[in-house]
Design a protein around this ligand. Structure first.
Ligand SMILES: [Zn+2]
Length: 187
């Protein structure tokens, strides 16, 4: 398998702590989020589907690709690489939803936002868009209020990070980013 969820090592930035994921949502989208945001792990596929953005699996996608969002005939679809690890795919879907909310103008113009290696700055054609999509994804999958409840700085250890990652069903790397954030700013 090309990418194990727990060995992702390409996050290169520390993200800001507070990211309001509802900023671009309509009232009805906020209503849908409200249905899902109270239980973890976050049901990202169901959430996406309910927004009207079906998630499709592509079994023939190249190894280095994680997925894309496409606007086709006025309908959005997220397509992910079936051969990637489940945790990676969860993050990809959340990331693409970030594009769905923030980059509609771009999508209307170009129809598609494709991701190769997500955090590869060199190969990233839209670093600003991707950075924002990552912030969105992290806040969606590991909401600040849940994270603060779960994470105890006194118990900080690799073991503990793995446990929290399991709780949110994300890679340890995503939690490591949250922790870094909190070392910087949270109290
Ligand atoms: Zn992207």
């Amino acid at each position: 398998m090309a990418n194990l969820g727990d060995t992702i090592d390409y996050f290169t930035e520390v993200f800001v702590v507070t990211f309001d994921i509802t900023e671009k949502m309509t009232e009805s989208e906020k209503g849908i989020l409200n249905k899902y945001k109270h239980s973890m792990p976050f049901k990202v596929v169901e959430f996406s589907r309910e927004l009207g953005v079906p998630v499709l699996l592509d079994k023939d996608m190249e190894d280095h690709k994680s997925g894309f969002i496409i606007l086709d005939d006025n309908k959005y679809y997220i397509v992910i690489n079936k051969n990637q690890h489940e945790l990676r795919n969860r993050f990809t879907i959340a990331h693409e939803l970030g594009h769905y909310f923030y980059d509609k103008e771009y999508l209307k113009k170009y129809n598609k936002i494709e991701n190769n290696i997500l955090f590869d700055k060199e190969g990233d054609k839209n670093p600003e868009m991707d950075r924002r999509a990552n912030q969105f994804a992290i806040e969606l999958l590991v909401p600040e209020y849940f994270f603060k409840e779960k994470y105890n700085i006194k118990k900080h250890s690799d073991e503990e990070i793995k446990k929290i990652a399991k709780y949110f069903n994300v890679s340890s790397q995503v939690i490591a980013i949250r922790v870094q954030e909190c070392f910087g700013v949270c109290s």
